[in-house]
Design a protein around this ligand. Structure first.
Ligand SMILES: C[S@@+](CC[C@H](N)C(=O)[O-])C[C@H]1O[C@@H](n2cnc3c(N)ncnc32)[C@H](O)[C@@H]1O
Length: 401
């Protein structure tokens, strides 16, 4: 075995930190380096360091949320290494007591989310600016405000073996009646963040449109008075917009369906304004009732089934199947993770699986699971097309017979 040379590694890692852009996002060496540096970091940890890492694991989320909510990042962003902001000025801007603020800033500096340019004076870093972007702001709100109390309740909920047990979301949010979607209706900040987050949750990755040639496989010879695409539970309509932009000249209607409150808020939301320009028609629809749009070319369900248990999924699928045309004229496209389709080490689906259990008492599924659920709803699975290394997949299904 070759001798380990920490001096060489230290020198190379120092250079990497000075030149982080030297490996592009798609460079396979970047992914391998990330994997190895993470493994190396775990291999080097002492038991105390492992303990610290694990017991304080919610802190990066907490300090990010505090720094966004109390204007810490936005104040830092107005300064620089040569003109850093002092703790007392930051206390004024944030309204936080200097004692907690100073601890948060120490932690932020340890996370590279701020830089202590001179004692008690702080400057922004690349991460500070990143955390101010709407995408990160929304993700932090969703995970800190909605999901963190849910995770905190999961252990106690799983110990409850009663048949009427609450979801961890309900236990964590002290509600026995509401699921997350009804809870969001009375929490507008979190609701806006959640529906915007649905657009960016897989930002930068390939999408279902990269593996479904919609114009040829589904929309061939369509006419303007038929329905091309129904986005069932489509939120603010991001996928309707993406489809129209991908195929601007493909004739046919694009319909966005969701709960009444989401359709109403979506129509008022600035981010959903392109729906109108792109001719996306918003319609209120509860997917536990019979699908009202009949014989569309495609019924699309993205991130829907992993929110529900098997019984509810079959109900949702049956409600769509009854509207689908026979002889393959209607296709159902389900976008979800498909377990077994991910590459080794890509554990995004595993993290989502735990989140789905906690928030909805539901789970991610395998190809066999989808095949069985579809079969019980009178549909047949035609093909699974994975389009990311995490196992994000488009599942194509048609009516049986
Ligand atoms: C995880 S989100 C996915 C949103 C969208 N498909 C996307 O991928 O961006 C689940 C969606 O289901 C909607 N939803 C929940 N219950 C519903 C119901 N009973 N009928 C219709 N939509 C519902 C939510 O409002 C939300 O938009």
């Amino acid at each position: 075995m070759a001798a380990f040379r920490p001096d060489l590694l230290l020198e190379q890692l120092g250079l990497l930190i000075e030149q982080p852009g030297s490996l592009s996002q798609d460079d396979p060496q970047r992914a391998e380096l990330l994997r190895l540096t993470r493994l190396a970091s775990t291999a080097l940890e002492t038991p105390l360091e492992v303990t610290q890492r694990i017991i304080f694991s919610p802190l990066p989320l907490l300090t990010t949320r505090l720094s966004q909510e109390f204007n810490i990042f936005s104040t830092l962003a107005q300064h620089s290494v040569t003109h850093p902001v002092g703790l007392s000025e930051l206390a004024k801007a944030s309204g936080l007591e200097p004692s907690i603020l100073s601890a948060v800033m120490d932690y932020n500096c340890g996370q590279s989310a701020a830089l202590e340019a001179k004692p008690g004076h702080y400057a922004p870093t690349k991460l500070t600016h990143m955390m101010l972007q709407p995408m990160f702001n929304d993700a932090t709100i969703v995970f800190y405000d909605c999901v963190l109390p849910t995770f905190a309740a999961l252990c106690r909920v799983l110990k409850d073996t009663g048949k009427d047990r609450l979801t961890a979301f309900q236990a964590g949010h002290n509600t026995s009646e509401e699921d997350i979607y009804s809870w969001l209706e009375s929490h507008p900040v979190q609701q806006g963040a959640f529906y915007r987050f649905m657009k960016t949750v897989f930002a930068g990755l390939p999408t279902w449109l990269d593996v479904v040639r919609f114009d040829e496989e589904i929309g061939a010879n369509s006419s303007s008075n038929e329905v091309l695409f129904v986005d069932v539970g489509g939120g603010f309509g991001w996928q309707c917009q993406a489809l129209r932009k991908a195929y601007p000249h493909l004739p046919g209607k694009i319909i966005l369906q969701d709960r009444a409150d989401v359709i109403k808020k979506g129509q008022a939301a600035e981010e959903a304004a392109p729906n109108k320009q792109l001719g996306v028609e918003p319609v209120v629809y509860d997917f536990f009732t019979e699908q009202t749009v009949k014989g569309a070319r495609a019924y699309f369900l993205r991130g829907i089934l992993h929110n529900w248990d098997d019984e509810k999924c079959i109900q949702i699928l049956k409600c769509q199947a009854s509207a689908m045309a026979t002889a393959g004229k209607s296709t159902m496209i389900i976008e979800d993770f498909v377990l077994g389709e991910r590459e080794p080490g890509a554990d995004y689906a595993a993290a989502f699986g735990i989140a789905m259990q906690a928030v909805h008492n539901a789970r991610e599924r395998s190809r066999e699971d989808f095949e069985r659920l579809l079969g019980l709803a009178g549909l047949e699975l035609v093909e699974v097309r994975a389009f990311t290394k995490f196992g994000n997949s488009a599942i194509l299904a048609r009516k049986q017979g």
